[in-house]
Design a protein around this ligand. Structure first.
Ligand code: NAD
Length: 469
């Protein structure tokens, strides 16, 4: 796929029902996506099932080599993929956005291929001998959201393939082309059949969940959909990894240098225009540095250009869809009504063609304001003042989600003490949201269960089998 036009042509549906895909920055139509039905799902399942035994029969080394070659293919098609992602999702080409996301896909594939998963001898004491093996599951369903549509797909697909499984992937109905484009490039290398893509909304996702053909469902999306997936898989007892919603807290201790942390605070909250599961979504700042932190953050945030993603100057884009725009707007209005002080933004152009919402900072909010306690998933950061660390920890832990959190301090040991008290799957110190292909990632509470990445991620895409004797 040497060009954007070639990539787009490869994924445009030739028959069957379709729907238009619009650029969220302009409202312009960029292409059409297929709308698949139950029969198409059955066809995809059948093709994947036929391909899976041959794929599983390859040596682990052969599958590793193949994943490395898939990474090469993604890199070779990086510009067309990034452009497609930018036009459909809205995220700029530049900054930690579209090109960064495509690059991360290649990096994750390579790390997944390079990770060793040796057979574990669990007991060998002269009397008993037992080994733990990780066998292929068979068929894996990969159901993904619209915010990082390529990277999250790779997070699910790469370890599933590595472990000898075939995959049926369903991209979000909001970003079908990003999923189809990525998979088309991967399928230039992979053996026919092992990686299938189908497009549709929650109804098709629910049909996947109910289908006994799948031995594992990898799901990333909202907590409410996760709850439906748990209920929908009760009959089949299908294994689940659930990466669900979050509302990450950041606690700024009094010993920080406000200017030095401002840019990292900004990106922690506003990467991908805030449409990131593990982004900083509520900031608790100690009294002693409160005004300085708010001012330093305002300085950084007001200098970050937002606009159409294909303009190389922009580092922030529109919201991907109007539904999410409405959520952000409602919560910012609730914050204003509750006495929040608008430090930056907060006044969207309601008549603009695209889904742009300005970078918004709202200070002096009560801890129970809706913008603080609900996941807003956009470019609005509420800032809450505290004076006692126990109070800050209690506020951070007060919600029923726990994906990420962060502690900001000049003293690493002090920060680590606070981190240990936070109910979150990952706690970052002096940064927020960075992920690494070898560091396990997952949530607690209603942010889900199961771990992705590294050895733990590989294990989650296999069936453990003990050979005893
Ligand atoms: P969503 O739950 O609405 O949709 C996600 C996917 O699930 C889509 O492909 C959708 O079609 C499908 N789906 C919807 N209903 C379904 C059902 N009943 N059965 C099976 N599949 C169904 O989520 P979204 O709006 O696309 O994404 C935003 C949410 O995802 C946010 O809450 C965000 O925090 C979360 N998220 C979490 C992580 C993480 O790693 N924990 C990462 C990214 C996003």
């Amino acid at each position: 796929m040497n060009s954007y036009d070639e990539l787009l042509a490869a994924i445009m549906p030739s028959d069957g029902p379709t729907r238009d895909v619009l650029d969220p920055a302009t409202g312009e139509r960029i292409g059409t996506a297929p709308v698949h039905d139950a029969a198409a799902l059955t066809e995809a399942i059948t093709a994947a099932q036929e391909a899976q035994p041959g794929w599983a029969a390859l040596s682990d080394q052969a599958r590793r080599d193949m994943l490395m070659r898939v990474a090469d293919a993604i890199e070779a098609a990086a510009e067309p993929l990034a452009l497609l992602l930018s036009r459909e999702q809205g995220k700029p080409l530049n900054g930690p956005n579209a090109r960064f996301e495509v690059g991360a896909c290649a990096a994750w594939l390579r790390a997944t291929a390079a990770t060793d998963l040796p057979v574990e001898v669990v007991v060998d004491d002269g009397t008993d001998y037992a080994e733990l093996h990780y066998r292929p599951i068979g068929l894996v369903a990969a159901i993904t959201p619209w915010n990082w549509p390529m990277m999250i797909a790779i997070w699910q697909i790469a370890p599933a393939l590595r472990m000898g499984n075939a995959v049926v992937a369903k991209p979000s109905e909001h970003t079908p082309l990003s999923g189809l484009g990525l998979i088309a490039v991967m399928n230039e290398v992979l053996p026919e059949g092992v990686l299938q893509a189908i497009c549709g909304d929650g109804e098709l996702g629910a049909a996947m969940v109910a289908d006994p053909a799948f031995g594992k469902i990898m799901f990333t999306g909202s907590t409410s959909t996760g709850q439906k997936i748990i209920a929908g898989s009760a009959d089949t007892i299908t294994r689940l990894t659930l990466e669900l919603g979050g509302n990450d807290a950041g606690i700024v201790l009094p010993d920080v240098d406000p200017v030095a942390i401002a840019e990292d605070l900004f990106w922690g909250a506003f990467i991908n225009t805030g449409q990131t599961c593990a982004a900083l979504k509520r900031l608790y700042v100690h009294d002693d540095v409160y005004d300085q932190v708010v001012e330093a953050l305002r300085g950084v945030a007001s200098a970050m250009p937002m606009g159409i993603g294909t303009d190389e100057n922009n580092v922030l884009g529109p919201l991907q869809n109007r539904m999410q725009w409405d959520v952000v707007d409602r919560l910012v209005e609730a914050a204003k009504a509750d006495g929040g002080r608008v430090v930056l933004g907060g006044e969207p152009d309601r008549d603009a063609a695209g889904n742009f919402y300005p970078t918004t900072l709202i200070a002096d909010l009560p801890a129970d304001n809706a913008l603080v306690v609900e996941e807003q998933f956009g470019p609005a950061l509420p800032i809450v003042r505290y004076s006692d660390i126990d109070e800050a920890v209690a506020m951070a832990n007060s919600l029923d989600v726990g994906l990420g959190a962060s502690v900001w301090s000049g003293d690493r040991d002090r920060a680590r003490d606070v981190a240990a008290r936070l109910e979150a799957g990952t706690v970052w110190i002096n940064s927020h949201g960075g992920v690494h292909p070898l560091i396990p990632f997952g949530g607690v509470k209603k942010s889900g269960y199961g771990l992705e990445f590294g050895v733990d991620g590989l294990k989650s895409l296999a069936v453990p089998q003990v050979i005893n004797g």
